[in-house]
Design a protein around this ligand. Structure first.
Ligand code: ATP
Ligand code: MG
Length: 260
């Protein structure tokens, strides 16, 4: 069965895109069939996967508005082991144009349905806002992964996100679950980060991934080469952490399936 995971947090710069790209690469290396959907007009996941967003004539924007078939828009960038449904700044217009459309929150879910069975995992890189694009992601997904930095204001934003997910569950997608909270850009020498990390574990227990992504300069360098960190420098600490996260995700999926 295909697993669709939204990587979401309305807070900017917490590591959503980095996590989506490296998880896509990690799952592909594990032999999984993966589609990465870029739901952010910034197009960072697109560029970070080696697709030039400025050269695109068809993007997820056209798919959401029903102007192009998804099969014609998805691409397999050279050197990656996963497919990408790319985005660029045109997608910002979809936010406005979709408002007038019927079932505006269900557009992505409907668009994905003809190709869902082509993949084991579909990862949705959401923009830093609780807007209609993120909502489309949450409606299409089975679960949400929430990357967060362990800092003072992190927990504050989390309440809004959790409330939005609850609303989505009540009205639009009864099956959606929070898969887990992922601690990103972690610096163990920072006392506050350690305190917030402990607090997270106390509040959310098993919903917090055991894997912690450390702050690592190689992770930040990789996107400028249009590569995942796993591809750019597979042995660096950051890549190793994303390999561990991939393994943890697969382990959790198997455990959940065994129980079901
Ligand atoms: P946005 O909200 O703008 O979409 P985001 O949540 O997707 O941002 P990223 O783009 O993944 O966040 O990361 C923000 C910045 O931090 C990027 O420059 C990225 O390269 C860098 N970064 C992400 N993770 C790490 C890490 N573990 N170590 C060092 N730098 C990182
Ligand atoms: Mg991003």
């Amino acid at each position: 069965m295909t697993r669709i995971i939204a990587i979401a947090n309305q807070k900017g710069g917490v590591g959503k895109t980095t996590t989506t790209v490296n998880l896509a690469a990690g799952l592909a290396l594990s032999g999984k069939r993966v589609l990465l959907v870029d739901l952010d007009p910034q197009g960072n996941a697109t560029m970070g996967s080696g697709v030039d967003k400025r050269a695109l004539t068809h993007t997820v924007y056209h798919v959401l508005l029903g102007l192009s078939a998804i099969q014609q828009v998805r691409v397999r960038p050279d050197g990656t082991g996963y497919d990408v449904l790319p985005a660029n700044r045109e997608l910002a217009g979809a936010e406005v144009e979709m408002v007038a459309l019927e079932n505006r929150e269900l557009r992505l879910k409907a668009a994905l349905s003809p190709i869902t069975s082509d993949y084991d995992f579909i990862l949705l890189d959401c923009p830093p806002a609780l807007n209609l694009l993120t909502l489309n992601g949450l409606v299409a997904a089975h679960s949400v992964m929430i990357p967060m930095q362990c800092e003072y204001y992190a927990l504050e934003g989390l309440t809004d996100l959790v409330n939005t997910i609850k609303k989505v569950r009540a009205h639009l997608n009864p099956h959606i679950e929070i898969d887990g909270l992922l601690r990103t850009m972690f610096d163990p020498r920072n006392t506050l980060a350690q305190q917030v990390s402990t607090e997270l574990q106390q509040h959310f227990g098993a919903k917090v991934y055991d894997t912690i992504i450390p702050r690592n300069v190689r992770i930040a360098e990789a996107p400028s080469y249009g590569k995942s960190a796993l591809d750019f420098d597979p042995t660096c600490k950051g890549s190793q952490a994303y390999v561990a996260l991939t393994a943890e995700l697969l382990w959790r999926e198997n455990a959940a399936r065994a129980v079901a």
